[in-house]
Unconditional design. Structure first.
Lengths: 248, 311
């Protein structure tokens, strides 16, 4: 049942130009970064004489592309998540889902998974793009896996938050702006505590938890953070929709 | 076990302390079509939302085929097909895509989806619209898609909130036939403003006003109220009311302007023939005689008005 809701979401996403445009523009941007990364690699490495200064091509190009990707999804996710529930609320299609034999949790999970699957396409493409380096070099697939997992978890957290804000309003644009502001704050929270990295508030920052992944390290603590983040916002969304049913 | 497909027990819904629906109880058996009438804001849609689990009742419960909507919402919802007042259509999808999604969400097994979509389209006259985007369909066709969506999984109970809005007369007739057809095997609840429609398709009628049920009964009861034992007679030289009262069976006479006269007669009497004979004998100049029907609107007005005067 969750799958059916997710399929419906994916279908709607691809039924409008919005989905295609965002996918292609993002891929274009990532491709450009990848190309620049490869060029820069030769420029930088030819200047680095001592072996200690040299880094692997995977890490050099990978960090550029994934660093840029984690920043770009900050703009992409609000645009995609904004209409998930608010649009249905506005065009009064929610009763269609509410009167079908599926629970609210299934509806919310379905919508969430639909969006994550859509963004997952990007992650797969990025990984495939970086893997092409393997034709000329011996690349570190572990690094790509860790980064992909990190990006996936981050994108999923963004989507969960976006879904929640979408359930709060009837106006998709309002949902997008709220999501963007909230994500932006969460991303750069740790900058405010640069002097005191052990601060509890700083560890709420999303970037902080993405950092270990971008270094190629899969840390269960960070995974737990992302999973908790996702579960929290999905639960809030279910409760918000339930309030609709109760209060009308 | 009883045979009720829908059981509403003391449904009450409060909106911020104001009762939108109060204490509404009714039952519906298999194979019945229930018409739901009421002025604007009477609580028709609210009741329907509660029946379909879109809104939680403040008090009372709903049972669909004996399954409680509150306790087992999934099982209960699987037995319902619902068309809300505002059509819940995903306009970016085509008719086929949308109906497939609807069938999937309503647990039609993968093997039967294609067939279910075909049958629903055929029943609602959508065959040639399969590949069109819902957005580009006319209002009436969108309404048909909405109805198709509600019957696609062959539900036990079909609940339609104003199903014939925006349809052309031919389609209205088709939809009425469809409602009757579905009502034959299952139960149907429709709400409508068009009163003759109720008379045509419904077995049962409920009139709701200000959140309270003011009439609940068979359509025959309403029809009897409507037709009544009255004749409307037009004459060029109308007699006095006393003369008219002398005719056997006539119990009450009311003179109307333009030489018209309304005559009420006893239940088992048929005074029409006698009146015609008298008219010929006395030269009343009869030019018109017909059973006087109160329109359904009048009955409706009476029922909702009575309630107001009690308050």
């Amino acid at each position: 049942m969750i799958i059916n809701v997710a399929r419906k979401e994916l279908k709607s996403m691809f039924a409008s130009p919005m989905g295609w445009v965002i996918l292609s523009l993002l891929m274009f941007a990532f491709g450009t970064y990848y190309l620049n990364g490869v060029n820069d690699y030769f420029a930088v490495m030819s200047g680095a004489m001592r072996p200690a200064e040299r880094t692997g091509v995977t890490q050099f190009v990978g960090q550029m592309v994934y660093g840029f990707a984690s920043f770009m999804v900050l703009f992409a996710v609000p645009l995609l998540s904004m209409r998930l529930i608010s649009e249905e609320r506005r065009s009064q299609t929610l009763p269609f889902l509410f009167s079908a034999p599926i629970s609210l949790t299934e509806i919310v999970l379905g919508k969430f998974l639909g969006l994550v699957a859509f963004l997952g396409i990007l992650i797969v493409f990025i990984a495939a793009m970086l893997s092409t380096l393997n034709i000329w070099a011996d690349i570190d697939f572990g690094f790509i896996v860790a980064n992909s997992l990190g990006l996936l978890l981050m994108v999923a957290s963004f989507s969960a938050l976006g879904l929640y804000f979408s359930s709060l309003t009837q106006q998709p644009v309002v949902a997008a702006i709220l999501t963007f502001v909230a994500l932006f704050a969460l991303m750069f929270l740790d900058r405010f505590f640069a002097g005191d990295p052990s601060n509890t508030l700083a560890s709420l920052s999303l970037t902080r938890h993405f950092q270990s992944f971008s270094g190629g390290l899969i840390d269960t603590g960070d995974i737990a953070y992302f999973v908790l983040f996702i579960v929290t916002f999905l639960t809030l969304t279910v409760r918000r929709l339930d309030a609709d049913r109760l209060r009308g | 076990m009883n045979n009720f497909t829908v059981e509403a027990i003391e449904l009450t819904r409060l909106y911020g302390g104001r009762e939108a629906v109060s204490n509404v109880s009714f039952t519906l058996s298999k194979g019945e079509v229930l018409g739901f009438l009421g002025p604007n804001g009477a609580g028709k849609s609210t009741t329907m939302k509660m029946l379909t689990g879109n809104l939680a009742p403040s008090n009372g419960s709903v049972k669909i085929c004996g399954i409680d909507m509150m306790e087992n919402p999934k099982e209960a919802k699987a037995l319902i097909g619902y068309l809300p007042e505002m059509r819940p259509l995903y306009k970016e999808l085509t008719v086929d895509e949308y109906l497939t999604v609807a069938a999937r969400l309503h647990r039609v097994s993968a093997k039967h989806i294609k067939k279910a979509v075909e049958v629903a389209k055929e029943r609602c006259g959508l065959g040639h619209m399969s590949k069109r985007l819902i957005e580009n369909l006319s209002n009436g066709y969108q309404q048909r898609v909405g109805i198709a969506q509600a019957i696609i999984h062959n539900p036990m109970v079909v609940i339609l909130d104003e199903p014939t809005v925006g349809l052309d007369p031919i389609q209205i007739r088709d939809i009425r036939t469809l409602i009757r057809e579905v009502g034959g095997e299952h139960s149907v609840i429709i709400s409508t403003h068009i009163l003759p429609e109720v008379e045509m398709v419904c077995d049962h009628v409920q009139i709701i006003d200000k959140g309270k049920l003011v009439f609940n009964g068979s359509i025959d009861v309403l029809k009897r109220q409507r037709i009544g034992n009255k004749l409307l007679i037009g004459m060029r030289n109308p007699p006095s009311t006393d003369e008219m009262l002398k005719i056997s069976g006539v119990t009450e006479v009311e003179a109307l302007p333009n030489g018209l006269m309304r005559v009420r007669f006893a239940d088992d009497a048929t005074p029409a023939e006698a009146i015609v004979q008298n008219s010929v004998q006395h030269g009343w100049g009869l030019h018109q005689i017909a059973p006087d029907q109160t329109s359904l609107e009048d009955v409706f007005m009476q029922l909702t008005y009575q309630e107001q005067s009690v308050i």
